[in-house]
Ligand binder design. Structure first.
Ligand SMILES: [Zn+2]
Length: 308
């Protein structure tokens, strides 16, 4: 709560001392309008407010119905950016053969959209974040935070004048069920023979109590580490490298993709104390951190899509 209030005061003070409209106001190079949209995304996805024009609240994103509601909402925000949401439905065997026999395979749906290259490039950068949650958990930090960041990055990438690579932004189902959705999506990329440059997955990225804006990169290759550090240095953002492997990027590394995870200071300990609980709520999200991270990730992706 404190973080959100201080962010509001911060915005009000900026508005008060400048004769700028909401439209023009920039925080960490991000228009206020984008930050407002990101705030709303986290609010709706965590049941803090109802879905537009309905009385429905998404209180967690675990059951088939809850995940379907979340997906419909994310589809709607993709369409608002004049992009096309595409559903990737999958069926994956349960890793435990006995359970598979009892309850059948996992069925789920990933949701993605594509921002095309403006050249004839067949190369793809893939950015992903899971949209499901642990049971009875509003999942603000885990993982509405990353969905909001990817929305902001998607918006800026789709407005670029030049792009020499294609970008896929994907929202994974069933990360909390042993990475089922991202594993299915890795198979989908292989099946469609896509030329993937790198895969970047985002998980738990809304907590920054020490306000240093730092992020952790999980298992980057040297090239990816340099890419992020070069852009982070320009923004005075600290970056730490860790070996955490237990989230969606693992699914892509397993089958040979160049994949990296991006998160808050999970290993360093500046991380939400509310993981997988009913207290992982909207109020705990640091919107200044969402803004600074969105800008950093955009700068990294801009660099990548403009490379030849
Ligand atoms: Zn997560």
């Amino acid at each position: 709560m404190i973080k959100l209030i201080s962010f509001s005061i911060f915005l009000i003070s900026l508005l008060g001392c400048n004769s700028v409209s909401n439209e023009d106001l920039i925080v960490d190079k991000l228009p206020l309008k984008t930050i407002e949209a990101q705030t709303k995304i986290i609010s709706v996805l965590t049941g803090n407010e109802t879905i537009d024009n309905t009385s429905y609240s998404i209180n967690s994103r675990t059951t088939i119905e809850e995940r379907q509601m979340a997906r419909a909402y994310i589809s709607q925000i993709i369409k608002q950016l004049n992009l096309t949401p595409i559903e990737h439905k999958y069926q994956e065997p349960n890793t435990n053969a006995f359970i598979d026999l009892l309850i059948g395979p996992f069925r789920g749906t990933n949701l993605f959209t594509k921002v095309s290259s403006k050249t004839s490039s067949n190369e793809y950068i893939v950015l992903g974040a899971h949209y499901d949650t642990a049971r009875n958990c509003p999942g603000a930090n885990d993982n509405a935070s990353a969905i909001a960041i990817l929305y902001g990055v998607l918006k800026k990438l789709s407005n670029l004048q030049s792009r020499n690579k294609n970008v896929i932004i994907v929202f994974f189902d069933q990360e909390e069920e042993d990475l089922v959705g991202s594993r299915a999506f890795a198979k989908y990329l292989i099946k469609n023979n896509l030329n993937v440059h790198s895969v970047h997955t985002f998980d738990q990225i809304g907590w920054d109590k020490d306000a240093d804006k730092a992020i952790e990169l999980e298992l980057p290759t040297p090239e990816i580490e340099t890419l992020y550090k070069t852009q982070a240095d320009k923004l005075n953002t600290p970056i730490y490298i860790t070996k955490v492997n237990s989230t969606d990027h693992q699914s892509f590394r397993e089958v040979g993709f160049n994949a990296v995870g991006i998160t808050e200071e999970f290993v360093n300990g500046d991380t939400t104390p509310f993981k997988d609980t009913e207290n992982d709520t909207f109020e705990t999200i640091d919107m200044e951190y969402i803004a600074s991270t969105t800008q950093l990730i955009f700068e990294v992706m801009q660099q990548l899509v403009n490379e030849n």
